[in-house]
Design a protein around this ligand. Structure first.
Ligand SMILES: O=C(O)CCC(=O)C(=O)O
Ligand SMILES: [Fe+2]
Length: 498
């Protein structure tokens, strides 16, 4: 099984456990090794003792009669044999091999985690200095990063030609290196080179000029002073935007919806305000059962008939759903024009799985009844339940849930309604945002967000249903989706002709 080790909290946890196994294997090896060394030491001590007892002195008295000679030589030989055996111990070799098995994991893991972290930084425009201290907008978003981590990020930025990022993180690393613990994981000369090269890259392109004139570039040239100055923080006072790590992503601003999405997400919280005009009601849909336990319905928006229903799922159901999903989740894909799937981190980073109704021990039948009752729609033609878990840097850029004609086999028609069920709470940064409607929905455990993707009078795409998941900054976001299809609903149009 192949996972990108950061795409869901669940695989992160698996990786963590696997690393633990790796350490445990090393512990086993170390114990065996210690035992072996102790044994070797004992053998050596014993043979020294024998020498001192029997063969003391230069005259080698111990070899002067055949009995003693035989005894001494045999004993010494036995010990040498034992030493040889101990150096070739099979179990030890086995234990050593066991450590190696899990080694392969580490390389990609870090790179992919860095990718997620950079996405977050970019999207939320978090200065490296804040991120390194685990803060954003006066909120705590994590632990402080140490020299090693800042250095690794700088290196990653540099390798990916994010030169502003490389400088920014190098400065963080340098500052921590000066004031903290001067950890050995940082190569100060390399760090200097990142700064030199990045500065050249982002300012005047000296490298190109030097190269085209065949001049060998040396660190010890006059530039070094300039870069030392940069290190001292002068960089921050300079006019050009050297520390603007977001330079490379400015073209995002040219897409109004993306820009709005980013703005909404950056609020970090739901925009819904419960004013006296807000509509909130108990919904019973004329069901006597529901009279006893009505849904708490909140009207969010009229165009998509968007509503929030509170306490739709119970805790025991959520536990069950998560456990059903645990062994099935795989990296989320994106649909190609031809209907096939591909992986694309920058569009969507999470893990997904589909769960059959009959696998959920009746839970889904009950949930279906609730969904039928809150939407007034038929759930028989709905897609299977889809569960999603986001991971490090998890997100989903704005998209329409409705499928494009010709890109799907229209069994049961298109995705008329989305029922988005939240399986966890997310306090801030990581909600569902609708850029065309200026709406950002709270992520509340057990609640359902419901909206129409199609125009109810003609079945055409409702463009305003554009939505996405803001990158998750803190927390473990789980959702479950049920898409209700057109077939089986009483619609004012015939979807087969639409
Ligand atoms: O996670 C979210 O908030 C949105 C998910 C979504 O839009 C989807 O799965 O289609
Ligand atoms: Fe969606």
């Amino acid at each position: 099984e192949k996972h990108r080790w950061h795409t869901s909290q669940l695989v992160l946890k698996k990786l963590y456990d696997l690393q633990q196994k790796h350490f445990d294997a090393f512990r086993v090896y170390l114990n065996m090794e210690t035992e072996r060394l102790d044994k070797l030491k004992n053998i050596l001590d014993e043979s020294n003792k024998l020498r001192n007892q029997k063969c003391n002195g230069k005259n080698m008295h111990c070899l002067h009669n055949s009995n003693n000679g035989l005894e001494v030589l045999t004993q010494r030989n036995n010990r040498l044999q034992k030493i040889e055996d101990l150096t070739r111990e099979r179990n030890l070799i086995k234990a050593f091999k066991k450590i190696g098995i899990k080694k392969k994991l580490s390389g990609d893991t870090v790179t992919l985690a860095l990718q997620g972290l950079k996405r977050i930084q970019r999207f939320y425009e978090i200065p490296a200095s804040e991120m390194a201290n685990g803060r954003h907008n006066n909120r705590i978003i994590g632990d402080q990063l140490n020299v090693c981590e800042c250095y690794v990020i700088s290196k990653y930025c540099f390798k990916n030609k994010d030169m502003y990022g490389a400088i920014d993180w190098a400065i963080q690393a340098y500052n921590k290196w000066i004031f903290d613990d001067r950890l050995k994981c940082m190569d100060i000369n390399k760090l200097k080179r990142y700064i030199i090269a990045s500065s050249i890259y982002t300012g005047n392109n000296y490298v190109k000029i030097l190269n085209s004139n065949g001049i060998h570039y040396s660190e010890h040239g006059s530039k070094l002073r300039q870069y030392n100055d940069l290190m001292r923080g002068d960089i921050k006072n300079e006019n050009h935007s050297t520390v603007d790590i977001f330079y490379a992503y400015r073209d995002l601003e040219s897409y109004p919806n993306e820009k709005k999405f980013k703005e909404l997400c950056n609020l970090g919280r739901s925009t819904r305000t419960l004013t006296k005009d807000a509509k909130c009601q108990y919904q019973t849909k004329n069901s006597s059962y529901r009279l006893l336990m009505p849904f708490k319905e909140e009207h969010v928006e009229n165009n998509l008939n968007m509503k929030i229903y509170h306490d739709v799922l119970y805790d025991n159901e959520i536990i069950k759903i998560k456990s059903l999903a645990t062994d099935k989740l795989i990296d989320s894909g994106v649909r190609n024009i031809d209907g096939s799937y591909r992986l694309s981190e920058n569009v969507r980073s999470s893990q997904t799985c589909w769960i059959e109704n009959d696998q959920a021990e009746g839970h889904f039948d009950e949930i279906d009844i609730r969904i039928g009752s809150i939407t007034g729609l038929c759930t028989q033609t709905a897609e299977r339940y889809q569960v999603v878990n986001y991971g490090l840097g998890g997100h989903y850029i704005p998209h329409h849930d409705a499928l494009v004609k010709g890109q799907y086999i229209p069994i049961f028609g298109n995705r008329l309604v989305t029922v988005l069920l939240y399986l966890t709470d997310i306090e801030n940064y990581g909600q569902t945002a609708f850029p065309m409607l200026n709406i950002i929905s709270p992520v509340e455990k057990g609640a359902a967000l419901v909206w129409y993707n199609l125009q109810i009078n003609n079945g055409k795409l409702n463009y305003q249903s554009l939505h996405g998941s803001c990158p998750i900054l803190t927390g473990n976001k789980w959702i479950m989706t049920r898409w209700l299809r057109e077939e089986g609903q009483s619609l004012p149009y015939n979807w087969k002709n639409a």
